[in-house]
Design a protein around this ligand. Sequence first.
Ligand code: ADP
Length: 161
Amino acid sequence: MDSTDNKIAVFPGSFDPITNGHVDIVMRALPLFDKIIMAVGVNSVKEGLFSLERRMEWLESVFADEPKIEVDFFEGLTVNFCNKVNAKYLIRGLRNASDFDYEKTISQLNNIIGKDLDTVFFISKPEYSHISSTIVREIIKGKGATDQFLPEQIIIDYETE
Ligand code: ADP
């Protein structure tokens, strides 16, 4: 098999920070692909709570034991990044109807401008559907406990935050 035949998927997101909801999606997607690239999208307008370096370090440590998962980042259009890494699939998670409405349009656009780039959706498990990075960031800003929502590798030290 030529390496270009490998089934490569990109899971793009802000991952600010990565949550148990994201981990569940990528682990369920893993059997379908030869490689999944967790790609942190850098938004030049919207700065995150955590730096790009920190978000990537966390991703690296969460998936350290998963040889099929790589961590990268991109600026600009997701389709251009997929082209660069030869990925024919995107992975996204759906928690509710508003995720669906938003994701549907993005997926259709990506399919057109990405020349048949397809998005594979996973419906979140009920125990994760209330988790969002936005809510977790609010809890962190309020110095609340986030351990139920985040992988164990992510330790927020409120003394230094
Ligand atoms: P973005 O800023 O691109 O939405 P996120 O990091 O917030 O990036 O989310 C990336 C993807 O993960 C999105 O498809 C989102 O719907 C999905 N996702 C986020 N949280 C969960 C969760 N708890 N369960 C399932 N999917 C989730």
